[in-house]
Design a protein. Sequence first.
Length: 314
Amino acid sequence: MRVTRPRHRGVTEILDRMTGFHLDELGNLAPYIDIARIGWGLPLLVARDRLRERIRRYHDAGIDVSTSSELVDYASARDRLPQFLDEAKALGFDVIEVSAGAPGPGDAALDRVSKAVTSRSLGLVIEVGGRAPSQQLSLQELISQMGRARSFTPRRVALPAPEGGRAGGIYDADTGIKYDWLRAIVGNRPHEDLLFEAPLEAQQTYLLRELGPEVNLGGVAISSVAQLATERMSLAVAPSASQPRGKEIGGPPAAKFLYYLLERHRGLDQGQLVRLSRLPRRTVQSALESLRRQGLVRESIVLHDSRRREYRIV
């Protein structure tokens, strides 16, 4: 499949930890990466020449480079936002990530920061919620903050994930998706301007299967880019691959995810589905019952262990 950029949908943002890989290793992966976000306050910890060279190498590969919101927080707390933005632009950053909850309460502070970013012809991404436990919002607070962020017309609104993709945002304590949250966030609203941080490959797979190959994903490890690109392309080329004979899969999102897992394996029992999906056992049981009622899977006894039940696609 031919890859063209810039993309406005199906964006992949990697998290650059300034370690663990060399830019020479990007190679054929570069066309499948849209943004490299240099994490946390790392740009403050390295020599400017080294940082400028790293950004240049990304640009040579056609990849935009973003700050993390921590830098705006840091600069604003020290009343040095204009100086920070000028230096970020001089270093070559293309995108500035801003937290909707920082640098202070009310729309006036966010409006001031947003205007300062866009007036310098830098891209604006507004992060809603946060990664730290103290920054977590209720569902209604998160939806309200998303609406507030959209009023400033950023390039994207980012939904962050905690380190490890656990217990924050749309993810539960077991790194699984909070299905009711995701449905409420997306609802009947367009989600092309949302960037879902999904640090784990299982989370990326679920979001692709639920929201389609053009969902924007962030916080991706460089080691996961190839698999993510492959899954995007397979879904784009065969969008009905997870729908037997053109029939849509009904029921909860978990049912669609389990159907996808069963497609990729010859047969799985409940325990295997729980481990692969990282869903609670009750959720797996309910989703399987939904698939059985729709005639999409069949249950059979495992020949070498009659106590186990195996599930296969019909």
